[in-house]
Design a protein around this ligand. Structure first.
Ligand SMILES: [Zn+2]
Length: 608
């Protein structure tokens, strides 16, 4: 089966992929002291407890406890096995793995049927694109896109294509390639025509918009009719490969731009994203004709602080913007809302007014959340009427009360006060009582730290017994310094009190024996047990003094040894006590009991 990839090769791949860069593609990381922090991609959270240590090349989440190195991160987040993760990282850093490890199917974690469907999508994406660009069969599609202002560069970037209006052209193509007809029908690539046992291309006669996943692979198509077929837009059906609620269109291409600007522009459909790209907006992404889901919002939150919502400016679009902004704010995003003159969508606007005006008058001029809200609420009231005015102010106050940042709240209160000639004090009182009613906290001085990193198991207030702490301290130094590990090996060997520590140091002794240098990220790869891996990471993340004196080391060793000798003593006393009871000598048994209690009392006193 799988041959082992040589250690040096793995090491080389790991060295060429800095953990901060790799994780940075999935999580927005901010430097804080020596570490980077971000929102954990493995569990939902609003305050960052996910930390990455560059010098140790490891990550650790103080919230859910996950941790590892760059390889385990890729395995975890992409659902890859070890080999796939190495392959993925090697590709990223432009390395070529030795011949015998190549050509393994990177999709082998998928079912055979899904692997086929992915391959079919890959072939068809190329074929449709080729037909559009270079053949007379694709000419009408090409002309349609050109008429709509699409440049060749855009057509190539998004691999736009055309499916000729032929009954069996695509079906035959797929058959020749050896794809199973039933799986193609199941995936929604072909539609079956039961009467004649024929199948036809579902997208025939349409311009094709390949829909890529975050790795840039086509997993579905959108087809736009150019001859007034119904429906105007046709998407691939939902399958386990193609789940609209989890997917963000163009995320693969936009990701690096999103990361740089810490901002994403959210559109309603792929056409808007492509038009915006043409206009120089490269951080655009879209849901696929459905409203944004919580999963998508959380995914975005990991990458950005701010999302600019740029939906159609008709009634439905504004309603959708309202919903999306609520959801995005609930996961912690800062939201802005772009708007266009009545009824237009982004693609209309760009075609009508051009790229520059779209950028300046729509994207850069987008409203803040509250400004949008005030407009949104206003549409239901006639502010010339006294009663409506009061109700309007009440509704706006309801919204302002929900804003987390006091500065922001004050800003809008002032605006509201000015507009309706009210005093800020009155309005502030209103806010105060509203917040109280819904159980939101009143303003307190801000906490200095905005991360959750104090949550870790070894950072809790609860003090550990002295021997436990001594073992953790020793291991921390042993991980960093081979000489210290050697000394401990001589004096304590594997005689640590906590079972997990015993296993850990056994791995560590073996690691050094193999001639490796201290290297956390490398070391954890040698450990098959993920609990022990996490323990190593946790210990490596503990704050500790740079240098340790021999005396300190000896103290720790002594604490551990005396704990153990106490334990052994108690054990043998218990045996003696049993014997005494058996021999019907209650006096002796009681005496021994006293001795045990005394040792236990001493242990208790020596531990905090
Ligand atoms: Zn976590």
């Amino acid at each position: 089966m799988l041959g082992q990839i040589p250690d040096e090769v793995i090491e080389e791949v790991r060295k060429s992929n800095d953990i901060v860069d790799v994780i940075g593609e999935y999580v927005q990381l901010k430097k804080q002291g020596r570490n980077f922090f971000g929102l954990c991609p493995f569990h939902g959270e609003k305050t960052p407890s996910f930390s990455v240590t560059q010098d140790k090349q490891i990550f650790h989440c103080f919230g859910c406890g996950k941790g590892g190195n760059v390889v385990t991160f890729v395995m975890e987040i992409e659902g890859y096995n070890f080999f796939q993760a190495i392959q993925h990282l090697a590709d990223k850093s432009g390395q070529t793995l030795p011949e015998e490890f190549q050509q393994r199917d990177e999709n082998q974690h998928l079912s055979k049927e899904n692997q086929d469907v992915l391959k079919a999508y890959e072939w068809l994406t190329k074929l449709y694109h080729h037909l559009l660009r270079h053949t007379k069969e694709g000419k009408e599609g090409y002309k349609y896109l050109k008429d709509r202002g699409f440049t060749d560069e855009v057509i190539d970037t998004f691999q736009l294509g055309f499916s000729p209006n032929s009954k069996d052209f695509i079906a035959q193509f797929l058959e020749k390639k050896g794809f199973h007809k039933q799986s193609m029908i199941k995936a929604g690539i072909l539609t079956s025509n039961d009467q004649h046992n024929n199948s036809t291309d579902r997208f025939r006669g349409r311009v094709i918009f390949p829909i890529r996943n975050h790795l840039g692979k086509s997993i579905g198509f959108g087809g736009r009719t150019i001859t007034n077929q119904e429906p105007k837009y046709l998407n691939s059906p939902e399958t386990d490969l193609f789940q609209k609620g989890k997917l963000l269109y163009n995320f693969d291409l936009a990701r690096s731009h999103i990361r740089k600007s810490s901002e994403a522009v959210l559109f309603e459909g792929y056409l808007d994203v492509i038009s915006a790209h043409k206009a120089g907006i490269f951080n655009g992404i879209a849901t696929l004709g459905t409203s944004i889901t919580e999963a998508q919002a959380k995914l975005l939150r990991r990458y950005v602080d701010t999302v600019v919502i740029c939906y159609d400016s008709d009634k439905a679009g504004i309603q959708a913007s309202y919903k999306a902004s609520k959801l995005l704010r609930s996961v912690g995003c800062n939201v802005k809302i772009a708007s266009m003159p009545d009824g237009l969508d982004p693609d209309d606007f760009i075609r009508k007014f051009g790229d520059t005006r779209f950028k300046n008058e729509v994207i850069l001029a987008s409203d803040t959340y509250m400004t949008f809200m005030m407009k949104y609420i206003k549409k239901d009231y006639n502010l010339n009427l006294e009663g409506d005015r009061i109700q309007y102010v009440e509704s706006v106050l309801d919204e302002i009360a929900l804003i987390e940042r006091p500065v922001e709240r004050e800003h809008y209160l002032k605006e509201l006060a000015n507009e309706f000639e009210l005093t800020v004090e009155t309005l502030s009182q209103e806010i105060h009582s509203r917040r109280e009613k819904i159980g939101l906290k009143q303003d307190k001085p801000k906490q200095s730290s905005h991360t959750n990193m104090t949550k870790g198991p070894y950072r809790t207030k609860k003090l550990l017994p002295a021997y436990h702490n001594a073992e953790l301290q020793l291991i921390a130094y042993m991980l960093k310094d081979e000489a210290i590990a050697e000394k401990i090996k001589q004096e304590l060997g594997g005689n640590f009190t906590i079972d997990q520590h015993k296993i850990l140091v056994t791995y560590l002794y073996g690691y050094y024996e193999e001639g490796h240098e201290p290297n956390i990220s490398h070391f954890i790869e040698k450990i098959s047990d993920s609990d022990i891996q996490n323990l190593v990471i946790q210990i490596a993340m503990m704050p500790f003094n740079k240098d340790i004196s021999d005396k300190e080391i000896n103290d720790y060793i002594r604490i551990i040894q005396s704990e153990q000798s106490d334990k052994t003593k108690i054990k043998s006393l218990r045996v003696e006590q049993k014997m005494a009871e058996k021999q019907n000598d209650p006096f002796k048994a009681a005496q021994i009991g006293m001795q045990i209690l005394e040792i236990q009392r001493q242990i208790k006193n020596s531990n905090p």
